[in-house]
Ligand binder design. Sequence first.
Ligand code: DAT
Length: 173
Amino acid sequence: MRSNPNIVVTGTPGVGKTTHAELLARNTGLKHLSINDIVKTEKCHEGWDDELETWIVDEDKLLDTLEDLVAPGGQILDWHACDLFPVRWVDLVVVVRCDSTILYDRLTARGYKGKKLEENMDAEIMQVLLEEARESYEKEIVVELRSDTAEEVEGNVERIEAWITQWKKDRED
Ligand code: DAT
């Protein structure tokens, strides 16, 4: 049994996953696991996709690498996908969402253009990650949180902290 929950923070690139995960980690002591960084540093990939400018992820190797890290609980898994994380690992799935005009500005500021920009904009508008989360996990553990402004980040993180407190209390009884 885990004494701290594992929380997936997911959403389209640029919506604010890292911003949420870092603040949540700072406030709670949970550990922020940037899956992008792990894919890179632990070489859980089969090379670089030039067109989409992203690593081609070796999912089996990634899951093997993560297994021991998530086992004790208390991990915040920050990634632009969620359906590969086994249900047994996950206590809460936070899908961060963002207004598409704001997202466009954030992604272009990050240098996204062409097909990569277009695909990510479409994904947010079509709420691909929200659907993926709802299809992969019990609907009770999936929450959608808006992240257009800094105030919203603070409010969202407070909500997740309250959820963690309740999660722990439920397990004490
Ligand atoms: P992600 O990890 O989903 O790719 P991020 O946390 O790196 O996103 O955020 C992308 C950029 O947008 C970054 O410059 C911080 C900014 N940002 C994120 N959430 C925000 C918010 N709610 N209000 C204002 N800026 C935000």
